[in-house]
Write a protein of this length. Structure first.
Length: 414
């Protein structure tokens, strides 16, 4: 059996707050996460995963793969950067070498004796590439390494189409499709088993494919425009408008209007309100009427604030980036390019700040740190409503994120 190892590098920090609770390679773009897409391209291959140490136990609960240790007895292991939006596989067999782009490691093909000395922490060090360059041949490659969350949003439509064309080969099932449902360009629409599509719905794949997973319920008079991806066990509420680029993870409840937005699993956006050109984490609840702006009145590129740093994203359309376990009250209004942290509670009638640090409680009258004990209780209650329990390892990760973000909140307060 051949062996690969998918690793994180120091650029995971560019993907916070989304990457606080997961390795970067668990982020989605198109139909799959980075990890899922890489694994699809290496069948019958031993998979090893490298991640930050505090995520190790939770990752080991989620996958059957070796985490933070190379277990293989194979002669060669191919290390692959988890930010690599891979379209064709890199050969595992071959001479020892490192593939780089702009002084960043894309892959490293190493013999077993050289693999065993490499730890996950090595890839998180900026100078590790210089150590490898001294020992191994360097090959400069043209590879799609994602740099920021807005890159995922920008590439999402194209990637849904590419993934659908490349990997979706099964037969579409239409056994629970009611009379009065309209499919436009049926060959580009896949519907999974036990999925119900009620009367008055329109699935329009004229401008890109539509994938609807298993056990999905699409309520009456909803419109879905491709390219779009709806994962298993999703509920689409009545009169929803799901526009091109919508990418909805497992067990979400979705309503209102969505365009070109990636939503991780187990998130609620059930009510009316526009959500556009955004990336939303897991276990988020967006109150009724929550909306975001995705285009400035000046039609210029969108700038984001991360603490005291301003970044020009180069994007004309960008809504918001929101971390896991964040909740918003009814009629919350986010400005273009907002960055909202992990486990925030936002209950403002006025417009929230463009940047909100993790574990923040924002109301019209109070701005303070969210108590970790209280937020853990809220997170556990929400998970229980979906028949999920937070494991001991999950609770430890939650507490670790609180500690990691404490300094960020202090920097913001100053």
């Amino acid at each position: 059996m051949k062996s690969i190892c998918i690793f994180e590098d120091s650029a995971y920090q560019n993907f916070l707050p989304l990457a606080y609770s997961r390795p970067v390679y668990e982020l989605r773009c198109g139909i799959y996460s980075f990890l899922e897409r890489i694994i699809l391209q290496y069948p019958d291959t031993e998979i090893n995963l490298f991640c930050r140490e505090y995520l190790k136990s939770v990752l080991a609960e989620s996958y059957p793969h070796s985490v933070n240790k190379i277990k293989s007895n194979n002669e060669v292991c191919l290390f692959i950067n988890g930010r690599f939006l891979m379209s064709t596989p890199i050969a595992i067999s071959g001479k020892e070498e490192i593939g780089i782009i702009d002084n960043t490691i894309v892959y490293a093909r190493l013999l077993r004796e050289n693999c065993l000395s490499i730890t996950p922490e090595k890839f998180l060090e900026n100078d590790f590439i210089y150590e490898l360059k001294k020992k191994f041949e360097v090959k400069r490659v043209d590879a799609g390494l994602i740099q920021y969350p807005w890159d995922l949003i920008y590439l999402n439509k194209e990637q849904i189409t590419s993934d659908f064309t490349t990997y979706i080969k099964g037969e579409s099932i239409r056994e629970n499709v009611y009379e009065g449902v309209h499919f436009i360009k049926e060959s580009q629409i896949f519907v999974g088993k036990n999925t119900i599509i009620k009367p008055g719905c329109v699935l329009d794949a004229e401008n890109g494919p539509i994938y609807v997973g298993d056990n999905v319920k699409i309520s009456p008079n909803s419109v879905i425009e491709g390219p779009a991806f709806i994962d298993d066990n999703v509920v689409i509420q009545a009169l929803s408008r799901i526009h091109a680029g919508s990418n909805i993870g497992k067990v979400c409840k979705i309503g209102g209007e969505i365009t070109n937005t990636i939503i991780q699993g187990f998130t609620n956006k059930q009510h009316d309100g526009f959500l556009g050109d955004s990336y939303i984490g897991s276990w988020v609840n967006l109150g009724a009427g929550t909306v975001n702006s995705n285009l400035t009145n000046l039609y210029g590129t969108v700038k984001v604030q991360v603490f005291d740093k301003i970044i020009d994203t180069g994007q004309t359309f960008l809504g918001m980036i929101m971390g896991d376990h964040t909740k918003t009250a009814i009629n919350t209004k986010f400005t273009t390019g907002s960055i909202i942290g992990f486990a925030c509670n936002i209950i403002m009638t006025s417009t929230p700040p463009k940047f909100i640090p993790s574990f923040s409680w924002y109301s019209d009258n109070v701005t303070r740190a969210y108590d970790i004990t209280r937020e853990l209780q809220v997170a556990k209650r929400m998970m229980a409503r979906r028949n999920k329990n937070m494991t001991c390892n999950g609770e430890k990760v939650f507490e670790t994120i609180y500690t990691l973000t404490e300094m960020e909140r202090k920097l913001h307060d100053n």
